[in-house]
Design a protein around this ligand. Structure first.
Ligand code: PEP
Ligand code: MN
Length: 344
């Protein structure tokens, strides 16, 4: 850690800081320049967390050298994490998120009817998706919008999982539902609006199922990595991060997909990263281009929404791909994946 003193800091200010830091068990190295005095603190920086050095008299700024995330950091984990989602059908290969293959997760925004869920599950499986997505509990901006079928949807998800033979990802919104959702889901989704629901993060950290954390609407990547840290610190190391678009001033799109999140997370962390171009853009015609961009940027997978009749969808119809367009997306990301030395 480095402490930069104000231009007008006194010798007494300097002495006070050095003595205090030494009392805490650290060594110091003081460099007195013409313009500024800088104090280097030598020792385990993590032990200084929570010490209010910024408010000491004479201090201008405090620069922390270490990243606040540890378990999520590539510095602490040399190998890349691969999250395995076991196949439902015996003999089929598990989905591996973070390996050479690009994992595609697809399905409707919400479970609307049993029939539609089965139709979409069969379609996405036939067209190369490894995991089916569909919301049972929906985090809607308005309390008057469709809130999801809840437990009825969990029942359909459990049936479709077994009968079609495809692993399921679905969102858990409440700590009280974690066990119930984990009984059905192969992967638990933490939605963007719950990215900093720390009790929920801890709760999914205590179960033995992969967790996909979506980036909050206005969250920095450091905050996303800290959310992963919550899950990891409870002992669950099967964490997947997901860029799903952030709030910007742009209005042509629902959100702005931060493609640079992919290489940044890959540099900062060993965890796999996926992109959701559906919520990221909000418009079906932008989904395939952004899916291709995500794969080109090094994403380990994409998560997309589709619907047999988008105009009738109970949620997120404007961003839903028609099934035939999903099939075309699979072709296109296949070409990009091959160019990147990967496969779909
Ligand atoms: C979803 O994937 O169903 C969803 C609600 O996404 P987000 O949390 O990213 O808005
Ligand atoms: Mn949706």
């Amino acid at each position: 850690m480095i402490i930069v003193l104000k231009k007008d800091a006194t010798e007494t200010d300097l002495k006070h800081i050095v003595e205090t830091v030494r009392e805490w068990g650290f060594n110091t190295s003081v460099s007195q320049g013409v313009e500024r005095t800088v104090i280097g603190i030598i020792g385990d920086e993590s032990l200084l967390r929570g010490k209010p050095l910024e408010i000491f008299p004479g201090v201008e700024s405090v620069l922390r050298v270490l990243k606040p995330y540890k378990l999520a950091s590539s510095e602490f984990h040399a190998d890349r994490t691969r999250v395995l989602v076991p196949a439902v059908v015996e003999g089929e290969a598990p989905a591996e998120i973070g390996g050479r293959e690009i994992t595609v997760i697809a399905g409707p925004c919400s479970v609307e009817t049993r029939e539609m869920l089965f139709e979409m599950a069969e379609f996405v499986k036939k067209n190369g998706a490894k995991i089916l997505r569909a919301g049972a509990f929906k985090p809607r901006t308005s309390p008057y919008s469709f809130q999801g079928l809840g437990e009825e949807a969990l029942k359909y998800l459990s049936e479709v999982r077994k009968e079609v033979g495809i692993p399921i990802i679905t969102e858990v919104m409440d700590t009280k539902d974690v066990e119930k959702v984990a009984e059905v889901a192969d992967v638990l989704q933490i939605g963007a609006r719950n990215m900093q629901n720390f009790n929920l993060l801890r709760a999914v950290g205590r179960i033995d199922k992969p967790v996909l954390i979506k980036r909050g609407l206005s969250a920095t990547l450091e905050e996303l990595l800290m959310s992963a840290e919550y899950v990891l610190s409870e002992g669950n190391n099967k964490v997947i991060l997901c860029e799903r678009g952030i709030r910007t001033f742009e209005t042509f799109t629902r959100n702005t997909v931060d493609i640079s999140a992919v290489p940044v997370i890959k540099r900062e962390s060993h965890l796999p990263v996926m992109v959701d171009p559906s919520h990221g853009t909000g418009h079906w015609d932008l989904v395939t281009p952004m899916a291709c961009a995500a794969v080109a940027a090094g994403a380990d997978g994409i998560i997309v929404e589709l619907h047999p009749r988008p105009e009738e969808a109970l949620s997120d119809g404007p961003q839903a791909l028609l099934p035939k367009r999903f099939a075309a997306l699979m072709e296109q990301i296949g070409s990009v994946a091959r160019a990147m030395g990967r496969s779909v």
